[in-house]
Write a new protein. Structure first.
Length: 358
């Protein structure tokens, strides 16, 4: 089975879309599918990383007009025609999986004739699609909201039961011990790129002497422009460990007592492992997920990155340090937010199984 992904990463949009597509790609590869990626050559793209994972990458050209601020960075017709050309050269294409906020039914109409099946991964529910399979792991949407955004015969997989979690998280959950609310270890991660350097803001607080008894794990992505600075700060902190572009995030989440970082797709990872968190919204597309987790009591949303001060981060840490019962309750609520793991139903549908969406 020949499957292609259309997905991008950049310094501005981050790495989350590519990382979750790689999770899906690995599941499909385990079922003997041939996998290839189509990505635009944007600053901060993950083409090299994708290739290191064993997948060929077709790179769409870097746009000459750098003023286009849309998600695609080019007009949708140009992107669709460039993608269609690759699909024709890769024919037959059994399935094209799209994970991109800049793509809707206009793009899909142009490209659709070159693939047998089109699948969309979305978490905004803000635009119509012409696809036969759709996955949205945001539990607030549900399948009903897509009835006017997707074709009537589209198989819809909606809710946190379909969270795109790497196998390491499923394995780690089996080793999960009940959290007692005491805080000894903090995990800091603001996404793969962290363009506004929220990591340094958090470390400014955690480097204070009164937090020296806490163990601090700091994770950055390879495309983080400030990674050298972050590493230098960590090296000056005897209680801090620096981790770059790792494949053991689940291990760090399991042993952490508190997560400080961005909203977004990692929200579901930490909820799956019952990890309480202080969340900072670093991009508009994180607002709904973060609000949902905050309203459920699984995280405390401090605010948007442009407005959050170091004092607000410090106050959040102090509040949780002084209230182990609150931390324990947040852990329990995080676990409750996640449903039964049903991602395989989506994989089955891509491959051609009989399971429909919900």
């Amino acid at each position: 089975m020949n499957i292609l992904f259309r997905v991008d990463a950049s310094h501005e949009m981050g790495t989350g879309h590519v990382m979750r597509c790689l999770t899906i790609a690995n599941e499909l590869k385990a079922r003997n599918a041939e996998i290839q990626f189509i990505c635009r050559d944007l600053p901060g793209n993950l083409a090299s990383y994708i290739r290191e994972q064993g997948y060929p990458v077709f790179l769409l050209p870097l746009p000459s007009d750098r003023t286009d601020s849309s998600w695609l960075r080019v007009d949708f017709q140009t992107d669709a025609m460039e993608t269609a050309q690759i699909l024709m050269e890769s024919s037959p294409v059994d399935c094209l999986i799209i994970d991109h906020y800049g793509i809707d039914q206009r793009w899909e109409r142009i490209v659709g004739e070159h693939v047998t099946t089109m699948a969309v991964i979305d978490d905004l529910a803000d635009r119509p699609h012409l696809c036969s399979i759709l996955l949205d792991q945001n539990s607030s949407h549900g399948g009903d909201c897509y009835h006017h955004l997707a074709p009537a015969n589209c198989s819809i997989f909606a809710g946190t039961s379909y969270a795109i979690l790497r196998p390491e998280f499923r394995s780690m959950k089996k080793q999960l011990a009940e959290r007692d609310g005491r805080m000894n270890r903090i995990l800091v991660f603001f996404g793969g790129t962290d363009p506004t350097n929220e990591t340094a803001k958090a470390l400014q607080i955690l480097s204070k002497a009164r937090f020296s008894k806490l163990s601090i794990d700091v994770v950055v992505g390879e495309m983080n422009k400030n990674k050298a600075l972050i590493e230098a700060i960590c090296n000056r902190m005897p209680n801090a460990a620096y981790h770059c572009q790792i494949d053991y995030m689940a291990k760090l989440m399991r042993r952490a007592d508190l997560f400080i970082g961005a909203g977004g797709s990692s929200t579901w990872e930490r909820c799956y492992l019952g990890l309480p968190s202080l969340s900072v919204v670093t991009a508009d597309n994180q607002r709904e997920i973060t609000r949902l987790a905050h309203d459920h009591g699984a995280t405390i949303c401090i605010g948007a990155s442009a407005e959050v001060t170091t004092k607000e981060i410090e106050d959040g840490i102090d509040t949780l340090l002084a209230n182990p019962s609150l931390v324990k309750e947040m852990s329990e609520r995080a676990l409750q937010l996640m449903g039964e793991d049903r991602l395989n139903e989506f994989i089955d549908r891509i491959i051609g199984g009989d399971n429909g969406g919900h």
